[in-house]
Design a protein around this ligand. Sequence first.
Ligand code: SF4
Length: 271
Amino acid sequence: MSKPKNAFEIFLLLDKSNCAKCGEKTCLAFAGAAYLGRRKVTDCPKVDWKALDWFTGEPEEGINQEPSPEDRLEKLKSEIVHLELAEAAERVGAEYSGNKLTLKVLGKDFSVDAKGNLTSEIHINPWVAAPFLSYILYGRGLPVSGRWVPFRELKEGRDRYPLFQKRCEEPMKKVADIYTPLFDDVVHVFGGKQVEKQFESDISVVLYPLPKVPVMICYWLPEDGMESSLHIFFDETADRNLDIGSVFNLGAGLAQMFTKIALRHGFDAGS
Ligand code: SF4
């Protein structure tokens, strides 16, 4: 079995029911322990054996058909060298100075130079860096319309929506269910803002992974025997300011970051 890259990849394989049959209080705690080598993934009696094939190289439908964010990032870097950065900056609403194009990613400066070298105030995560380059290369720079739509309503979003739910919305919901201060942390860490509650949700938060591609996360608390739910919305212009694969990667990247925040706090709470 190849080694998972982070605890989030293990968390995705779990049932997420927090049944405690593995001896850990939560699936998040188990994922962290398994990643650190203190537990085996197979110690969870409910581990998803089909998904476990992901680590053994067997194709999981829909996932391995896309290039990895790392491969995509390298390809996009090679394309940047042919781009006139000053013109691109004007198109996408970025700054251009010192031969570098700079814009805000999750509230922090993120830059690229004419050779494709990336610099940032935050960790350069390929799930975010690849969409950043795609936005500069191919984004149309349309102004944000203010009309929120779900992923499945974006162009080419319908077919990918089941996977988007599985890799983005479901993990985020599980994290929010377990670690309720998540949204305050997210606003603080990623320069987001809590907005007026949308679609009758209990919490609505807007983040800016790219200036003209805002993301709104809405969370509904459990009520009257109904489960909680979480949905991610995009501005209706998102599929023209960014290709759909990059929109997907942004969602998956955010889900990873949220899980890391919760894992950090989960370990604190358990200590
Ligand atoms: S990791 Fe498995 S056994 Fe442990 S709490 Fe989660 S589902 Fe239950």
